[in-house]
Unconditional design. Structure first.
Ligand code: SAM
Length: 222
């Protein structure tokens, strides 16, 4: 199925606006579920979560930007661990509503700023030590524009997940999304070409179950 650019953005926004509860439920289900498909699907979600949270160390005095923050689970965890400030941006207002409620219930809202807007058009007034986008790039029809902007907003490291092309998990996921929302999957070579097309900065690509975890080392400061 082919999607036009405007159509992509609208479909993704509408989809995530109505998907909040289902999305959060996915995280809350048993992390160590014995069901094979669930386990394989979720492993990536948990591994990329842990790698991102660990990757933002040390937390004191540092700031982070969560692109496509969804219900704000990463923002809350970073705030709980003592990051100075974390900004979460998402263009689905229902996701931001949920995230704000959760942060205030957990009493970490003082450290988090949520923005309901499109990442590409929003004008940020600051740079961040870390920028990350988990489960995000697969919904972008022009990934290089997003990547460029993330790098320009970052002082130390950018973290991204990319869903793997090929295999039974990719096929099943593609099928699930077929009529709901556009989804772009990647080979390792496509990720390499994409990153190299926007920057000369060093980067790593790690395989984690159904995803690749990419770190771009911006390191403008120590
Ligand atoms: C699969 S969710 C991931 C949420 C979160 N990063 C996580 O892993 O828990 C992707 C989110 O990206 C948001 N999104 C997609 N394109 C966006 C854009 N251009 N600007 C802001 N948010 C966007 C969607 O609304 C959705 O909430």
């Amino acid at each position: 199925m082919e999607w036009e650019r405007i159509d992509v953005e609208k479909k993704v926004k509408d989809f995530f606006n109505f998907y909040v509860n289902e999305f959060v439920f996915l995280y809350l289900q048993d992390r160590y579920s014995k069901r094979l498909i669930n386990n394989l699907f979720r492993r990536s979600v948990y591994v990329r979560f842990d790698k991102t949270i660990e990757g933002c160390k040390p937390y004191e005095g540092r700031t982070a930007l969560d692109v496509g923050c969804g219900p704000g689970l990463y923002c809350v965890e970073l705030a709980r661990r003592g990051i100075e400030k974390v900004v979460g941006i998402d263009f689905a207002p229902k996701m931001i509503e949920f995230a704000q409620k959760m942060a205030s219930q957990l009493k970490v809202d003082g450290k988090i700023e949520y923005i309901a807007a499109d990442f590409l058009t929003y004008d940020f007034a600051e740079q961040f030590d870390y920028t990350f986008a988990m489960g995000f790039i697969e919904y972008c029809s022009y990934p290089s524009e997003y990547l460029k902007k993330m790098i320009s907003l970052t002082k130390r490291k950018v973290f991204l997940s990319f869903p793997k092309k090929g295999g039974i998990l990719a096929w099943q996921r593609k099928l699930r999304y077929k009529f709901k929302c556009p989804l772009f999957l990647y080979s390792k070579e496509e990720i390499e070409n994409l990153v190299k097309s926007v920057t000369d900065l060093p980067f790593t690509i790690e395989k984690i179950s159904r995803d690749y975890f990419v770190t771009i080392f911006v390191q403008k400061i120590d």
